[in-house]
Ligand binder design. Structure first.
Ligand SMILES: Nc1ncnc2c1ncn2[C@@H]1O[C@H](COP(=O)(O)OP(=O)(O)OP(=O)(O)O)[C@@H](O)[C@H]1O
Ligand SMILES: [Mg+2]
Length: 156
């Protein structure tokens, strides 16, 4: 795994925005890291990069499985933290979200790794200090490998 460092929430959003700007429909991102690591912060940047209306607040969905945000490409944001079981995901039709023309970002993917396609971009955010984070990235498959390569380029 390779990584990029962030020293503020704002920088994490910028990193997300640059990633989002290069995404296209069908891209899947698994976003790991402990509570408060900055996963949702990164998703907020991704939304911006995808051209989602900045007036739309991006927060983790609590009562629905996925949050949907229209943009240049639609963003779908799921959080497995409160999903009780894999059966719940199946019942909710999670599979149908995979073959769509939206970008799918999943927080806490490690809870149900079997729900995600083999080809995806994995990002794991590690806490370094109160304001510093290390974003580890791994691309699985040719497309995600290219996304990972771009992700690792230094962000101003
Ligand atoms: N470098 C940084 N990158 C991202 N967030 C940071 C950074 N430094 C401080 N923070 C703060 O850490 C918190 C991250 O919260 P966020 O909701 O994004 O975490 P999360 O990983 O989604 O947590 P959860 O597992 O609860 O969903 C925010 O309060 C943010 O301001
Ligand atoms: Mg979150």
């Amino acid at each position: 795994m390779s990584f990029i460092d962030s020293s503020s929430a704002e920088q994490t959003r910028r990193i997300g925005q640059r990633l989002g700007a290069g995404l296209r429909g069908g891209d899947v991102i698994g976003l790991g890291g402990e509570l408060g690591a900055g996963k949702t912060c990164l998703v907020q940047g991704i939304a911006r990069g995808l051209g989602v209306d900045p007036g739309l607040a991006v927060t983790s969905p609590t009562f629905t499985l996925v949050g949907e945000y229209p943009g240049r490409v639609c963003l779908r944001h799921a959080d497995f933290y409160r999903v009780e079981s894999y059966a719940r995901l199946e019942d909710a039709g999670f599979d149908d979200l995979l073959d769509s023309d939206a970008v799918l970002v999943v927080e806490w993917p490690e809870r149900f790794p079997q729900a995600l396609p083999a080809e995806r971009l994995d990002i794991r955010i590690a806490l370094v200090s109160e304001s510093e984070r290390r974003l580890h990235v791994a691309g699985r498959g040719a497309r995600a490998t290219e996304l990972a390569r771009r992700f690792l380029e230094p962000c101003p």
